[in-house]
Design a binder for this molecule. Structure first.
Ligand SMILES: [Zn+2]
Ligand SMILES: [Zn+2]
Length: 244
């Protein structure tokens, strides 16, 4: 199984990185985790066949994780996609998707697709099954408005991929990431405490409880990017492929 970082940047394009979007492929699965605003050009740059993607899992409705969906859906329509597509995310996703489609491309949400589009709201700590992909969402802490905010523990093809989404430290990250084959963690900052976001030093204090088999840091701001050479941890890069 492979995970490719299509985009691993923060909301501000720090380091020229694309917004969050990870592409997972296995023997029986092909899905995206998040679809930030820049994801369609980033998918094309990586030569990803969009029509083979069956599922998009969205952690939250911020533009750098969710804002690429209108472009992905219009691209699917104009390339005559026929394969069904499921988009799953926090409850309320149907309304939020319609709003963002209408804001960016008027009337686009009303157009009849040639393919079956399923929009599914998922609930914290309730495992949802999408084909061979089992997804357990956890509520994370990322602000007073604009939620719900989720992190995901994804079990598929005998592997566990966990992703924190955007969050400050919360105990929920322990069951979310525990013993995961791959734990992808936000590390916006090195040691600066910024509300609603995670810094590496705080994450580090809890790694012994989480015990991931492999940790990769993502969503790094300028402060983290300036330290890449000296960090003791693996860090994501756009286009990087990880075998799981
Ligand atoms: Zn973000
Ligand atoms: Zn966010």
């Amino acid at each position: 199984m492979q995970l490719r970082f299509i985009g691993c940047g923060d909301a501000f394009g720090s380091g020229g990185r694309y917004n969050t979007c990870f592409h997972v492929t296995g023997e029986h699965v092909n899905f995206l985790i998040d679809c930030g605003a820049s994801s369609l050009p980033a998918l094309k740059r990586n030569g990803i066949a969009r029509e083979d993607i069956d599922l998009v899992l969205i952690t939250h409705f911020h533009g750098d994780h969710f804002g690429g969906l209108p472009f992905l859906l219009l691209d699917a329509q104009f390339t005559h996609r026929t394969r069904p597509l499921v988009i799953a995310g926090p409850e309320g996703i149907e309304t939020r998707l319609e709003q963002v489609m209408e804001a960016l491309f008027e009337n686009s949400s009303k157009r009849q697709q040639r393919f079956d589009l399923g929009i599914v709201g998922v609930k914290p700590e309730t495992t949802a099954k999408f084909g061979a992909v089992n997804v357990t969402p956890f509520a994370v802490v990322h602000g007073e408005s604009g939620g719900p905010f989720l992190g995901y523990r994804i079990e598929t093809e005998s592997r566990v991929i966990s992703y924190t989404g955007d969050t400050e430290w919360t105990e929920a990250l322990i069951p979310l990431g525990r013993d995961a084959d791959l734990f992808i963690a936000e590390a916006s900052h090195y040691d600066k405490a910024v509300k609603n976001h995670l810094n590496l030093k705080t994450l580090e204090m809890h790694l012994a409880e989480i015990r991931p088999k492999r940790l990769i840091l993502t969503h790094m701001g300028e402060d983290m990017l300036g330290r890449l050479e000296t960090l003791a941890y693996e860090t994501a890069a756009d286009g990087m492929v990880v075998e799981i």
